[in-house]
Design a protein around this ligand. Structure first.
Ligand SMILES: [Zn+2]
Length: 338
């Protein structure tokens, strides 16, 4: 009888310890936070968790990925689906009514799952891989609202030009890779579905140019060397999750082939937040058991001579316009530098 009570007590203690450990996150305390306010007419970016970023010049609005459901870890073991209420409340809080384009960086659930629904709600064109197109179809988005992209081709929305650039996914432990789906999506994904159905598909970085500012967004900490060499961007928004777990060599290549390749003066980390809880201004970083924020941030900040700033969710940053040098008279101006 006494032994049984001891065992039950020990199990209870273990459960409480594990639950508490899963909640523990690193702190943003040591990292510089952006403070710049926005001015109408300029290009602003608003961080909305994961690699969901609103880019706007006041007329035209772009939103990468658009993942707001932020399914909890326990729920990931069952069928999952977009959380309409969370999507609506995040859109409202970010002041989003209309979106022109939703470029999706790869098709895992934490990037693509809500993209079709958000496109429906905001009138946006959905752009991404053939796998992302299947996510759009599964959300009953009209075929003409889905663009299966070609890499290195310009896509124009207002004064913004977008280029999708081949990239890679950060390496994940093999069981996680299997669970989250590494292949292509070959038929429409109709939620609710198991998370593995939102297979990765192709991974991209996206370069966005505008007279008011240029940026690169890398949705996962992986690259295909050489692909960004032809572009110039002042801001590099780089996925942080799992970067700190990679080798020094991997981190150096990632830096060289992203912020280094485009000559960014400012790095802004993205995909560092705990995306298993609803988005809020004071969202915590990913829990310790998934990522060490300081290690992942240092992997970028310690290699970079320019600025490294952290945007909190819903916080807006105004970009500085690119410093264009006058092109020689006999050469046409090109958005592609180098
Ligand atoms: Zn992914």
């Amino acid at each position: 009888m006494k032994a049984a009570r001891w065992i039950i007590g020990a199990i209870l203690l273990l459960v409480i310890t594990i639950t508490a450990t899963l909640q523990l996150s690193p702190s943003l305390g040591n990292w510089p936070l952006a403070t710049q306010a926005s001015t109408p007419g300029e290009v602003t970016i608003t961080y909305l968790g994961t690699s969901t970023i609103l880019i706007s010049d006041g007329e035209t609005h772009l939103l990468t990925d658009g993942y707001f459901s932020r399914v909890s870890i326990p729920a990931l073991f069952g069928r999952i689906e977009p959380d309409q209420q969370r999507i609506r409340s995040a859109l409202k809080k970010a002041g989003i009514e209309k979106i022109d384009a939703i470029p999706v960086l790869h098709s895992h659930f934490d990037h693509a799952m809500d993209s079709g629904i958000v496109a429906q709600m905001t009138g946006a064109q959905l752009l991404g891989s053939a796998s992302t197109a299947m996510v759009g179809r599964g959300s009953d988005l009209a075929e003409e609202r889905i663009t299966t992209i070609q890499t290195h081709q310009p896509y124009q929305f207002g004064d913004f030009t977008l280029y999708f650039v081949p990239a890679d996914h950060v390496p994940l432990p093999r069981p996680i890779e299997k669970w989250t789906g590494k292949g292509e999506i070959t038929q429409p994904v109709r939620p609710p579905a198991y998370l593995g159905e939102w297979q990765e598909g192709r991974c991209y970085g996206v370069v966005i140019t505008h007279p008011g500012g240029s940026l690169l967004i890398q949705g996962s900490a992986g690259v295909q060397p050489g692909e960004l060499d032809r572009y110039q961007a002042d801001y590099a928004l780089l996925a942080s999750a799992s970067l700190g777990k990679q080798s020094e060599y991997y981190q150096q290549v990632f830096y060289n082939e992203t912020a280094g390749a485009v000559g960014a003066h400012t790095i802004i980390p993205v995909h560092w937040d705990n995306f298993f809880v609803e988005l809020s201004e004071d969202v915590k970083p990913l829990p310790w058991f998934l990522d060490n924020l300081d290690k992942s941030f240092e992997a970028m900040a310690n290699r970079h001579d320019g600025d490294f700033i952290v945007l909190k969710p819903f916080q807006r940053l105004t970009l500085t316009p690119p410093e264009y040098s006058e092109p020689p008279a006999d050469t046409a101006a090109s958005p592609l530098a180098h």
